[in-house]
Design a protein around this ligand. Structure first.
Ligand code: NAD
Ligand code: TDX
Length: 349
């Protein structure tokens, strides 16, 4: 029996990782630790909460005493660390909370693992990170595992720092670690501050669709369940001390993706063709906006045999259907503090 601590398991990607591990590995015990910030929601885990190998603990990864006590009590074999402040625009408004959670929180977890894993044999600290640590690409080229770090936003700088801490604990203490850096995820249960769920929600309500700058920034999109599958593969087969890039070889300009969403949703909502696209509104660009991300996931494919399972159009279709069928979920997560966030971020932009 392996006991795995998943941090941030009530968030978007974390809930998919918890679901995959708890269902696929009934002999693993999954402990989900989450502070339930605005981004964490136990409703994301309705279908796993009754499983006997799953439990939830509410707590903050920056609370050293609490984390030490948890490690002393639970004797984890592995950590899959996803808890983070994850939204670039929020990091521009409030950088210090990103420094606290993403850097200090990761350091507290690493340090607890170092202290409580007397025998490091068979242990694993898996850090889930982002392609944004590599900075921004021009028209061509890809991020590989050896691309130098060059983060630009407070979010990506905090994730870069946490990656460096993970590597330092491997080099200095021999802590068994692995890191993956993934491109933009999309899918069910994503908080509607990120591009795709925000646009889907606004199209449903016929609200303006705020495209930053000219909409010509490029992102490489991956279905969240394929990210969770990659984490499964790397967790079981990844080489200690290594980094693996995860991406879909699926680049889109923001404006093109918003047009595609509008086209699909016009059909699904029985609107005239072109009706939703009229909502597109160009707004002030994001400060320090990275131009293009594109991941080269060859290492993960060649060494560990992972490939994405879904084509983008199919994944987008499933994603839109999920949001249309889960109006109550969207209503719940957007009814409170989201309104203030939206006003601060978009109303006078
Ligand atoms: P999310 O914002 O949806 O979820 C983050 C979760 O962490 C939430 O459940 C939140 O409650 C929890 N959390 C935040 N602060 C905490 C704290 N101090 N203590 C305990 N829990 C805390 O984020 P996400 O999009 O699911 O991203 C998960 C991880 O994957 C992050 O580390 C992020 O950097 C990384 N990542 C995200 C993407 C993406 O496209 N979303 C891509 C690559 C990597
Ligand atoms: O309203 C919007 N309008 C807009 O044009 C929003 C929210 C975004 N955008 C643009 C900015 C980006 O170029 O869309 C693109 C995607 O934006 P986000 O969804 O905020 O993602 P991004 O900034 O690319 O970062 C994401 O990918 C890497 C995740 O939020 C990170 O957690 C992950 O690490």
């Amino acid at each position: 029996m392996k006991k795995i601590l998943v941090t941030g398991g009530a968030g978007f990607i974390g809930s998919h990782v918890v679901r995959l591990f708890a269902k696929k590995y009934p002999d693993y015990k999954i402990v989900n630790l989450d502070a339930l910030t605005y981004a964490g929601n136990l409703e994301n885990l309705n279908d796993v909460e009754s499983l006997s190998n799953y439990s939830f603990v509410k707590g903050d990864i920056t609370d050293e005493t609490f984390i030490d006590q948890l490690f002393a009590k639970e004797h984890f074999d592995a950590v899959i660390h996803l808890a983070a402040e994850s939204h670039v625009d929020r990091s521009i408004m409030d950088p210090l909370s990103f420094v606290k959670t993403n850097i200090l929180g990761t350091a507290v977890l690493l340090n607890a693992a170092r202290k409580y894993w007397q025998d490091m044999n068979g242990k694993l600290f898996y850090h889930v990170s982002t392609d944004e640590v590599y900075g921004s690409l021009g028209e061509s080229g890809f991020f590989t595992e050896t691309t130098p770090y060059d983060p630009h936003s407070p979010y990506s700088a905090s994730k870069a720092s946490s990656d460096h801490l993970v590597k330092a604990y491997f080099d200095t203490y021999g802590l068994p670690v692995v890191i993956s850096n993934c491109s933009n995820n999309y899918g069910s249960h994503q908080f509607p501050e990120k591009l795709l769920p925000l646009m889907i929600n606004n199209i449903v309500h016929s609200k303006p669709l705020p495209v930053y700058g000219k909409g010509d920034n490029v992102r490489d999109w991956l279905w969240v369940e394929d990210h969770a599958r990659a984490i499964d593969v790397i967790f079981h087969k990844g080489k200690l001390g290594e980094t693996y890039n995860i991406g879909g070889f699926n680049e889109w300009k923001n404006l093109d993706i918003v047009h595609l969403l509008c086209k699909i949703m016009d059909k699904k909502l029985n609107r005239a063709e072109g009706e939703s696209a009229k909502l597109i509104t160009f707004v002030k660009d994001r400060a320090g906006h990275d131009k293009r991300y594109a991941i080269d996931a060859t290492k993960l494919n060649k060494e560990l045999g992972w490939t994405p399972s879904l084509q983008f159009e199919e994944g987008l279709d499933k994603t839109i259907d999920w949001y249309l069928a889960n109006g109550e979920w969207i209503e719940n997560v957007t009814s409170g503090a989201y309104k203030d966030y939206y006003k601060d971020q978009y109303v006078s932009r």
